[in-house]
Design a protein. Structure first.
Length: 56
């Protein structure tokens, strides 16, 4: 997943940070915070899979 995430040649390398992701996620009420732990993990996994699919 996200096979180019560590490629220094990528112009966007380092653009998105973990802290930036957390801040953005918190701005969407309920994202990754609704339901039991299994449901939260599924929602996050689905988001990351879709992001990977659309960007690689």
């Amino acid at each position: 997943m996200l096979k180019y995430r560590n490629d220094g040649r990528c112009v966007g390398h380092g653009f998105y940070t973990y802290d930036g992701f957390i801040a953005a996620a918190r701005s969407f009420n309920g994202f990754g915070s609704t339901g039991d732990d299994n449901t939260k993990k599924k929602e996050l996994a689905a988001f990351l899979a879709q992001t990977s699919h659309e960007t690689t």
